[in-house]
Design a protein around this ligand. Structure first.
Ligand code: 3H9
Length: 690
């Protein structure tokens, strides 16, 4: 008996309960007593059947991720599963909450699995840059068939209890006291008598596999993997389950797991797993949070509509405010259409759509915001407009209501000062489309009250966002670093690189698209308007905009989009324009390497991240990684810019930044002192020592 594994008896059925809060991870201190308990129950003649269950909110959520990268202490999960599988009496996993990764692999070691109706089951290792290393790729296909297993393992997305039951993964689904049901189930099975076939010996589902169809699906999934090794290894391992003997396939799975767990990609993805959980932690999180039931959103355009949907999807009532009835109806119409698309895709039922829409109340009168607990302003990006709105909000909002602005750049301290309650004002910087994108930059202004901040951090989680708390500066974390990344774009073009070449360097690095394709997608007029407001110019982008070339929406931008297609085609006219502007400036074009493109875009991005950390705009380097991976498409397999800088070598980055600084004198290449410290200590922590 241990604190982490408890054995009780209900007649001749033994119940092994794992109790390792918060998620019952299979840490060494669980594995050891679990193994002992199973061996002892196996040999105990008074025990007719064994139920494996968990205390707390969930079944086992997987191996203990913090143990990866350290020497593995025995017994390993694989040995536990093998021991379980060799027990002659019936074994039943009783699954509630989530059975994930090693947790599901443990359950696959049992003869039977029963689940609570609300349980979810999956093998999400791929999201950590891994494959299931406890036999999951070899056992799951034996129960659900190879193609279903392939989909589950390569996507990492868990399935619900009913789907698991229909697929053959779960033998029974129960509501109510799961342990009691599992005990009855086990007793009944024991009464009927054996033998009980372990999963390893079931290959009826495997023999029916159409290998050509499997390979075609695996090839399609590999194509989507975009440079990630784990999805490919997952597919290979499931294929081994079809083509190799069980033990050979298991050994091959192990070899792939060992390789992946030591890879930079998996380290990067594990870093992100913890970074996303860390970013939601703020000092004073124990303060009493404010109650939020109704949310007001000002502006029913693309951004406001998306924000309103995000809150409605999270279960909140929403008051949507516009300046005219026409604009309001247009906004509500788009929301209706967006939900209709979800219905047509099968992700929402007609009934759920009706319920969602019923959560909205439209208005053109500020007074209707009086009953809102949180009001998010998503009007034009213009300080005068925002100040006027916040002045009005100050007059109508109830005491204690949180007043948020969805600005991307503006000074929130100044906006807060236009109210008599700056303690209630903060920034909520959503990313478009706001109902889809995971990232939420929560901007803490100078006077924001700790309980207001804690409330929105909590709220972000409730609406499915990954929240990062940042400080006030122009562009906050994400857009400020984006500006540093793009500072040399124009110079690179003028010096001889083409938009296609620059974009290719980005996609080769792992970004989903490069900056020019991105600009064309978002609309070049947005940046143009911003530049004009700040008195800045970008000779090529400005000229394109003056010619009405705003990107995809006008069919021309940095690329050409023929007949409404979204595929960018290089445009000789744009190349001629670049050439013309370069000649005007007396620049002689030269060949520019992909390496130089990375040095002049990515290195300044990291350098700016270091400055942001130094200034305390972000609390941790990992918060910056969370922003970039979730908001800007930084490749997950590289762990975010600050993590990647560590892998790539800060000294190397400094050396090239200095080179470019010497050549151009530009401020973006001026090395941040914290980057130098990082090169010496290997850590972004300000106080770290070598
Ligand atoms: C694996 O199993 C490999 C095997 O195939 C092979 C082995 C040989 N380990 O997410 P939450 C912590 S790989 C260690 O906020 P929720 C988490 O950091 C694993 N710690 O809760 C957090 O700590 P803190 C495959 C873990 O309710 C706390 O628990 N499994 C682990 O929103 C609460 O977590 C997975 O990938 C872990 N495995 O969501 C599942 N899991 O409070 C990973 C969580 O200090 N886990 N923690 O910040 C999840 O997806 C979610 O945690 C879960 C609960 C859905 C379970």
């Amino acid at each position: 008996m241990s604190n982490f594994v408890n054995v009780t008896h209900d007649g001749d059925v033994a119940i092994v309960t794992i109790d390792n809060p918060p998620v019952n991870a299979l840490s060494f201190h669980v594995r050891e007593p679990l193994m002992q308990a199973l061996v002892s129950l196996r040999d105990d003649a008074s025990v007719a059947a064994i139920v494996v269950a968990c205390a707390g909110r969930t079944f086992v959520a997987g191996a203990d991720i913090t143990e990866f990268g350290k020497p593995m202490q025995q017994p390993e999960l694989r040995a536990i599963v093998a021991t379980l599988e060799a027990i002659a009496k019936p074994t039943v996993a009783a699954i509630h909450g989530t059975a994930l990764g090693g947790g599901l692999e443990l359950a696959l070691g049992c003869h039977f699995r029963v689940a609570d109706a609300g349980a979810r089951l999956g093998l999400p290792e791929v999201k950590l840059g891994l494959l299931p290393g406890g036999g999951g790729t070899v056992r799951l296909p034996r129960l659900v068939g190879a193609v279903k297993a392939l989909r589950m393992i390569v996507s990492g997305v868990p399935i619900g209890a009913d789907e698991a039951h229909a697929a053959g993964l779960v033998d029974a689904v129960f509501k109510g006291d799961l342990t009691a049901h599992a005990v009855n189930f086990a007793r009944e099975i024991a009464r009927k008598g054996g033998p009980y076939t372990p999963v390893r010996d079931r290959d009826d589902r495997l023999v029916e596999t159409d290998l050509a169809a499997f390979d075609a699906e695996a090839a399609e999934l590999a194509r989507k993997a975009r440079g990630l090794e784990a999805p490919i290894a997952c597919a290979q391992s499931v294929r081994n389950a079809i083509t190799l003997h069980f033990d050979e396939a298991l050994a091959a799975e192990r070899a792939l797991f060992v390789k992946l767990v030591a890879s930079d990609q998996s380290r990067a993805q594990r870093h992100l797993f913890f970074a996303e959980r860390e970013s939601a932690k703020i000092p004073g999180k124990d303060v009493v949070k404010r109650r939020i039931a109704r949310v007001g959103v000002i502006g029913a355009g693309t951004m406001g509509g998306g924000i309103a949907m995000a809150f409605a999807n999270g279960g909140f009532s929403v008051t949507l405010l516009e300046t005219s009835d026409e604009a309001l109806q247009r906004g509500l119409g788009i929301i209706d259409k967006n939900y209709a698309v979800s219905v047509s895709r099968g992700s929402l039922t007609e009934e759920a759509k009706r319920q969602r829409l019923a959560q909205f109340k439209g208005s053109t009168d500020f007074a209707d915001l009086a009953d809102c607990d949180l009001i998010v302003e998503a009007a034009f990006e213009d300080m005068a407009v925002k100040k006027e709105i916040f002045g009005k909000l100050d007059a109508v909002a109830k005491p204690g209501a949180i007043l948020a602005t969805n600005t991307s750049y503006l000074d929130i301290d100044e906006i807060a000062a236009s109210t008599s309650r700056p303690q209630d004002v903060l920034g909520l910087h959503f990313f478009s489309p706001a109902n889809v994108m995971k990232l939420l930059e929560i901007v803490r202004a100078d006077k924001t009250a700790p309980d207001a901040l804690a409330t929105v951090v909590d709220l972000a989680r409730r609406i499915g966002k990954v929240a990062v708390v940042v400080g006030v500066c122009h562009g906050f974390v994400g857009n400020r670093m984006l500006a540093a990344r793009g500072a040399e774009s124009e110079a690179l073009l003028l010096e001889g690189a083409t938009p296609r070449q620059i974009d290719r360097a980005f996609t080769d690095f792992g970004w989903p698209m490069g900056p020019f394709q991105m600009g064309d997608l978002a609309g070049l007029d947005i940046g143009w308007r911003n530049r004009k407001a700040r008195g800045q110019t970008a000779v090529i982008a400005d000229t394109l905009c003056e010619q009405g070339c705003f990107g995809q929406k006008t069919g021309r931008g940095f690329y050409r989009y023929e007949n409404g297609s979204r595929t960018p085609v290089p445009d000789p006219q744009v190349e001629a324009l670049i050439h013309e502007k370069a000649t005007e400036k007396g620049i002689v074009p030269r060949a520019i390497s992909a390496e130089e493109i990375i040095e002049r875009t990515l290195y300044p991005l990291i350098n700016e991240g270091a400055k942001i950390l130094e200034e305390g705009i972000a609390a941790r380097a990992s918060d910056i990684d969370v922003v970039w991976v979730n908001g800007y498409g930084f490749p997950v397999g590289k762990g975010g810019p600050m993590f990647w800088a560590g892998l790539h070598g800060a000294a190397r980055i400094i050396e090239r930044l200095e080179h470019w600084h010497q050549r151009t004198g530009k401020q973006v290449f001026q090395v941040a002192p914290l980057l130098r410290r990082m090169a010496e200590t290997g850590s972004w922590e300000a106080g770290a020592t070598a």
